[in-house]
Design a protein around this ligand. Structure first.
Ligand code: R5P
Length: 298
């Protein structure tokens, strides 16, 4: 197995290599003045199973193009099997046509990987497992969806959130809260959104939740602008929760997101390293989970 960390996942790639006990072979790469990417594989791949690790957090289009270039080059140079590990898969939220005429972006990303000749795609906490499963059936590529939620819950249990109530910001993500509750042990639920007819403001509430003086954790797949998480944290603090943690797999954390969540009253923000290490964020590594998945590939 040849492990190739792409430019977006050098550190995670090294951690996965360490977990597997293999040497990583990072690509040579640079960005031309006009923004185009250059990549060059640095080791022969003919006849090999090649694992390319490249997350696709901002700049998504550039990261995706680099992924396509690495996978396509490995294919062109005679790799036997190409496994793309894309911990954060960009464009996953546009998995349906919510309005007529919209692009099915997730379908296109999978289609491109397919046509390049990638055999397997490993992702972490895909935005919608249901949509991904449906789209996967229309392509040849085998998709493996891993989860960082058990790791996050185990870490939270160690650092004072044992017995905390687990919540998801909406019903669609309840599976995240349920998986966490199996480890934290404090039960699970989800938020419902209410719109104030006068102000138009959205409030997030859990009906009949008694959380005063208790601990709670909100689990989401992504924190981007931080708006969803901040509203959820605020809702719990209004109900008198003693300690609230904000947990996510993919900390996109756009400008101001962290401050927004802290201002809402979060005592802790925790994420996995699918995107990056934030020095001032508690982070758990998904590397051992990915290494196990790679070991068990048939
Ligand atoms: C939405 O369906 C996702 O699961 C996240 O809740 C959402 O992407 C978070 O976005 P933001 O941080 O911008 O509210």
């Amino acid at each position: 197995m040849i492990l190739i960390p792409g430019p977006a996942s050098i550190e995670l790639g090294s951690r996965i290599a360490l977990s597997l006990g293999v040497k990583p072979h990072p690509v040579e790469h640079r960005i031309f003045p006009d923004g185009e990417s250059y990549v060059r594989l640095t080791t022969p791949v003919e006849g090999e199973t090649v694992v390319i690790i490249q997350t696709t957090a901002p700049k998504q289009d550039q990261r995706l193009m680099q992924l396509f270039m690495m996978a396509g080059t490995a294919k062109g140079l005679g790799a036997k099997r190409i496994v793309c590990v894309v911990p954060y898969l960009a464009y996953s939220r546009q998995d349906k046509r919510f309005k007529e005429g919209e692009a099915l972006s997730l379908d296109m990303v999978l289609g491109l990987l397919d046509s390049i000749g990638a055999d397997d795609l490993i992702v972490v906490d895909a935005h919608s497992t249901e949509s991904l499963d449906k789209i996967e059936t229309e392509h040849e590529i085998n998709v493996h969806n891993l989860s960082a939620i058990p790791l996050l819950a185990k870490e939270l249990k160690k650092i004072g959130f044992k017995g905390a109530y687990s919540l998801s910001p909406d019903k669609g993500a309840i599976h995240l809260a349920e998986a966490a509750a199996e480890i934290l042990g404090g039960g699970s639920g989800f938020f419902e959104k209410f719109r104030d007819r006068t102000t138009g403001e959205i409030e997030m509430k859990v009906e009949d939740l008694k959380i005063a003086d208790e601990k709670a954790v909100v689990f989401d797949d992504i924190i981007s602008s931080g708006g969803t998480m901040a509203r959820a944290v605020d809702g719990l603090k209004v109900l008198g929760a003693e300690m609230v943690a904000a947990a996510c797999t993919h900390a996109l954390l756009m400008k101001g997101a962290k401050e927004k969540i802290e201002k809402a009253g979060a005592d802790l923000i925790i994420s996995s390293d699918t995107i990056q290490d934030c020095e001032d964020l508690v982070t758990v590594s998904i590397a051992p989970t990915i290494a196990d998945a790679l070991k068990s590939l048939k």
